[in-house]
Ligand binder design. Structure first.
Ligand code: NDP
Length: 289
């Protein structure tokens, strides 16, 4: 018998998507514009294609307009920047999502900076990152935003909790740490150079694993009763050569010790798209559209 409550990210995401769809329907009833989400995909990486397809599908289901731009792998940076400039000017487009990673000939940093911060629904633009740091209004990256929502679903007031974030990427680890700091948690950020990671993890009342290492975080690294949020999405080979997705946490072991834990799949993953659509709706509302 396991002690941990398994946090249902699918259900939490469905509730957010229903709320977003309701707000869009009421905008349409009063004759206001529907939010528009533009997605840009360069190349034919199957995982990226699948992420972009789901984002567009969910956007349409919620009543948004979705504008799909699939460009060949040899697209030049200038061409991509020109497309983004035209989407920045397009009043029907409220959110612009550039699927990462981009091919090597394109400078991702330059592309991210070219998106109008008011349409940067991924929250990757330096202006939005800065606003997250300084506490101003802006867009927060969707995955950490989704993680915080799941954390608060089991711990509505996390102030004072010891939080450990494993991973310091710009899209997950760092903004996650900022969000937890904003909630007045005591935050530690661990990474590949951290000494004695197991004992750092054992301090955590809230442990967020975003390192991209299949099942690396073991049951013995977890403080009894902790909230464990597993961001990792790792494809590993399973029985008879079939592959399956696992997180960064050894789920079966950890659920015996944790107080609450997210599964993979069905935990953080669905929340990312839900938060993307919520950010897009907010971009539309802020634009007065
Ligand atoms: P990155 O590769 O950009 O960053 C990984 C981070 O983990 C780095 O900061 C790295 O440290 C740290 N790290 C790597 N190995 C170790 C280790 N052995 N011990 C401690 N720290 C380590 O990954 P992302 O942040 O983009 O993604 C992390 C995971 O989350 C991936 O599995 C990814 O697929 C998944 N993901 C899931 C999403 C979702 O929607 N659910 C969305 C985005 C990502 P250092 O900085 O020192 O190199």
């Amino acid at each position: 018998m396991s002690g941990a409550r398994v946090i249902d990210g699918q259900a939490a995401a469905a509730a957010i998507l229903a709320e977003v769809a309701g707000r869009i329907a009421s905008r349409k009833r009063r004759g206001a514009t529907a939010p528009g989400l533009a997605t840009l995909l360069v190349g034919d990486d199957p995982a990226s294609q699948s992420y972009v397809r789901s984002k567009n599908k969910r956007a349409s289901e919620a009543g948004m307009r979705s504008f799909e731009h699939a460009l060949p792998a040899n697209t030049g940076e200038a061409e991509l920047l020109a497309l983004i400039a035209s989407l920045n000017r397009d009043a029907a487009v409220h959110g612009i999502l550039v699927q990462l990673p981009l091919p090597a000939q394109i400078d991702s940093g330059r592309v991210i900076e070219s998106v109008d911060p008011a349409k940067d629904v991924d929250g990757f633009h330096p202006l939005n990152q800065g606003r997250l740091l300084s506490g101003g209004p802006g867009f927060v990256p969707c995955t950490p935003l989704g993680c915080l929502h799941l954390i608060k679903s089991v711990l509505p007031a996390p102030a004072g909790a010891e939080a450990v974030v494993v991973g310091r990427s710009n899209i997950v680890g760092k903004p996650m740490a900022q969000l937890l700091l904003r909630e007045s948690c005591t935050v530690t950020v661990a990474h590949s150079k951290t000494r004695d990671l197991p004992s750092v993890c054992r301090r955590a009342d809230i442990l967020v694993a975003a390192l991209g290492r299949p099942r690396m975080i073991q049951a013995g690294w977890i403080k009894p009763g902790a909230i464990v949020i597993d961001v990792g999405i790792n494809r590993v080979s399973g029985a008879q050569g079939a592959s399956r997705l696992v997180g960064d946490v050894d789920f079966e072991g950890a659920r015996e010790i944790a107080g609450a834990i997210t599964p993979v799949p069905g935990g953080v993953g669905p929340m990312t798209i839900a938060m993307l659509l919520r950010n897009t709706l907010e971009a539309c509302e802020r634009a007065g559209g």
